[in-house]
Write a protein of this length. Sequence first.
Length: 195
Amino acid sequence: MTARKAGAALALAILAVPGQASDVPVEPLATVQDLMRYAVDANADPIWDAVGAVTTRDGVAERQPRTDAEWDAVRRHAVLLLEATNLLVIPGRKVSAVPFRSDGPGVLGSADIQRTIDRNRGRFNAFALELRAIVSSELQAIDKHDANALQSLGESMDAACEACHVANWYPHEVVPELPAAPPAPKGRFKSHPDT
């Protein structure tokens, strides 16, 4: 038996023994940034975009999957997002491969985000598990072809994601006020009653 076959047989034997899954080595290879970009955002966005109202030149159009193939495409994103929540809770994952600085007042840089997550690992995991529960419900809605439930759950998913971002990325973000609208010009455009 080759070393490769022996290794595969050993892995299968470990997985086949109840309670031994923890013996399988799990190592976080991607960063949190990578997971957010390529696993979470890449799969959450198509779920959000699958249902809703779109304003066009012809008016408002309701968007939702209609065919089995369209529902299956949304389901694929939900399954991948569901599994991404498992990747988020693997301990020892780094926030980023390359350090980055704060984007502005109250927004943390990578080192501070890492410290925040490490100090509050249970809270970070709870956010991931909340997302998992929501996506599990989304998967059920998808399997029932229930666009209304999927839209409602999309709002819950957005709130869960934002809560995690506020806690770990921009806990004290200072959002500048929009400038006041400039006053209307005086005397330049007068209406003439006789024209």
